[in-house]
Design a protein around this ligand. Sequence first.
Ligand SMILES: Cc1cc2nc3c(=O)[nH]c(=O)nc-3n(C[C@H](O)[C@H](O)[C@H](O)COP(=O)(O)OP(=O)(O)OC[C@H]3O[C@@H](n4cnc5c(N)ncnc54)[C@H](O)[C@@H]3O)c2cc1C
Length: 632
Amino acid sequence: MAFGLNLGVSLPVWASDRWLLIGGCAASIAVSAAVIKSYLSLRAPRGYRKVKWQPPPPDAEDMTRYAYKAARLPKDPIDYIIIGSGMGGLWLAAALSKCGYRVVVLEQHYIAGGCCHVFTDKGATFDTGIHYIGDKQLADSLMRLVGDAEHPVPWQQMGRENEDTRARDGTGKGLYDIIKFGEQEIRLRAGKEAFVSEMTRHMRPQLVSDWLETVHRAAKSNGMVAISKAFSPIVQWFWLLLLGGDGLKWARKTTRQVVQELGGDLREEGILAGQCLDFGEAPNTASFTVQANITRHYLHGAYFPVGGPLRFVETLISTIHKAGNRVFVRAKVDKILVNKGVAEGVELSGGDVLRSRRGVISSVGLSATLGHLLSREEVDRYMASEAKLVKDVGEGISNVIGFGPTEGQGLDVLVSKYGNTLLDADRDAWCLISFPSAKDPKYAARHPGISTCEIIMEAAPEMFEQLNEALGGADTTRRTAAYKDVKRQLEDKFKRSLTRHFPSLQDKIVSIEVSTPLSMHHFLKRFSTYGLRHTCERAASPVPRVATGIRNLYLSGQDLVGCGWMAAVFSGMIVATHLLGYTPWDLISGRDFLHDLAKVPSPPPLAQLQKEAAEKHKDADGKGLEGSQMGA
Ligand SMILES: Cc1cc2nc3c(=O)[nH]c(=O)nc-3n(C[C@H](O)[C@H](O)[C@H](O)COP(=O)(O)OP(=O)(O)OC[C@H]3O[C@@H](n4cnc5c(N)ncnc54)[C@H](O)[C@@H]3O)c2cc1C
């Protein structure tokens, strides 16, 4: 059979047959591609189950302080127990909630959020663990993806113009870091051009452009290393071999080595790597990957959540609650229950035992997991490589932090670097000063006439060891005179540092509250501020992975992949990738958890859920009445 094709030319019959065949094949390929594409675009995450959205528990007026009670547990069996309500735990819990899993988050503190929690003292609210977040587009989309749109998190860019910044810079726009290093003052503003123009005031333009190029290469290749944590050891090995690129090469170099290879000297190193205070590892020991991540993270500016970091916590908990899941505070886990190498649940400090069908996820940090939640035998038997890493690498720096409300306004951020002379009363230590209230445009409305300032100085844990022993351990509430003395000494130091850089604040300091590594331990169950150290050994280590030697025990939180808010959120994404069964092939072929998750329904508004619940209630009442009449 021959069909004539109206191509404007006459074709021999044999030729028109061939064209028909080719045309038919092309059409069927196009149709199949369209079908596959539309299937892919509708596809929900692996393991997805439909969520029955419901109103949050009526007795959870403040969802960040919903205390544990056995009667408040979900009625149906728990799939996953997550220990720790930092960003790594909460983001994961919200993601699993959107995928239809029964999840319970247990937090030992009286308020949820981990490093994102806030506290109120002398009429001022203090944010504890977020100075600023970069890569806003990514951060925002990660929050929107699992957060509840009814509790949105708007962002405020740091660096607003004012008289002072205009006088110094011509503009203060986008100013996010002022680094004082010796006599140098480096003012970092949003955007690559601003970065280049500021850095070239202090060094050769070629060094600046080489540095930026190297930073981009290292930060880019780190993604493959991070996602490899989702896989088993063998798959991880192949993944890194085939797709890891230069990731491990950069991880194994220190920042100092890279600066030297680029022809920079120590002065230039201090300027280029001044932001190392953000993760607490000096250039001579820091893995270049971590430094590169930080530099790139803030290159296009830094942002602060309007209303403070607790907004992150609220948007995530709202999703979790609306899915029928729970985030409990005052729920300290004493141990993870392991039976024949399988994690079955947890025991709370009050003695209650909670069991989970699919697993327990520890998001409290690696040292705290090994040191507090498992027995020595379990660690030796099942998690020896993680324990070796903690032993070899060690915990990161500890800081003392001073929180002080001051009257009037402050500048955004100022960082000064001196020697590490914390407990030496006569010498200044390096410090990082920030003014959280100045970054949050809503702060003044909440606390008129008050500004807050946060100062961080380095504290080696050894400095507090003696005190720790004298007190009888970090968990004690006993505070000796010696401890109070140290706090007073630190208070003076904070005051001196602040007024040295901001003389106008001399008479404006209302009070100072000092937090030491012991306070850090009390609240977070670790001494270090930024988790494990950020050395080459740590950055290039294949562990920790999501899965551990204990079946059904998984790890989340910043220690899984790095440091900071973004690392904690990413850890949640990597854990979900593992738990829901994504394979390397999925990722290579372009299927990943985040894209799939974007296709599933978000939590409906509260009013709609309440209306539906009321109607269901009415129906049930009606049926009950009917039934009783029929039975009568
Ligand atoms: C002072 C400071 C400033 C910072 N500044 C920035 C910044 O500007 N930008 C940035 O990106 N990052 C910053 N960070 C880091 C960032 O806040 C953290 O990396 C991130 O929030 C860590 O999240 P996480 O989930 O890993 O753990 P965490 O937030 O540490 O949460 C762990 C939680 O586990 C709980 N827990 C521990 N043990 C138990 C137990 N036995 N039972 C139940 N719960 C338990 C703890 O109470 C805690 O709530 C800062 C951190 C600090 C401390």
